[in-house]
Design a binder for this molecule. Structure first.
Ligand SMILES: [Zn+2]
Length: 131
């Protein structure tokens, strides 16, 4: 247990600093965010996003953007899933509304046609007999 917390302490500290949800595009300082590859012993070759200013000046223990790419992508995916769910619901609702409209239109058409045919059926013999 103590070993596990020692391993993740670097990550949680980094997450607390300048943490944003999803893939960061800009640091709060206005600098662009770049993606770099970690050379630390704890996270070798792990990709991370970093404030370009902080990266260039090799800052450490600062509050500029610092976020693991894999974690950012998981966040992004979760956010997209959530938005997708909302969009799906909207589409389902719209389709249901459209279907209802179409059904009503079709019903009207059918009714009109049935009525006109009935009328024809009633009036046709009279019309024929007149001619
Ligand atoms: Zn920054």
């Amino acid at each position: 247990m103590s070993n596990e917390s020692a391993n993740s302490s670097g990550t949680s500290a980094a997450r607390a600093r300048g943490r944003v949800v999803g893939v960061p595009k800009r640091c709060w300082c206005g600098e662009l965010v770049v993606s770099l590859i970690s050379k630390s012993a704890a996270n070798p070759y792990r990709r991370y996003y970093r404030c370009a200013f902080a990266a260039e000046n090799r800052l450490s223990n600062d509050n500029h953007t610092y976020q693991w790419v894999d974690e950012a992508l998981v966040d992004e995916t979760e956010a997209l899933k959530f938005r997708l769910g909302i969009l799906e619901q909207i589409i389902v609702d719209e389709r249901a509304e459209e279907e209802k409209k179409k059904c009503a239109e079709f019903e009207m058409k059918l009714e009109t046609e049935v009525f006109s045919r009935m009328e024809d059926a009633i009036t046709e013999p009279k019309g024929r007999s007149r001619k």
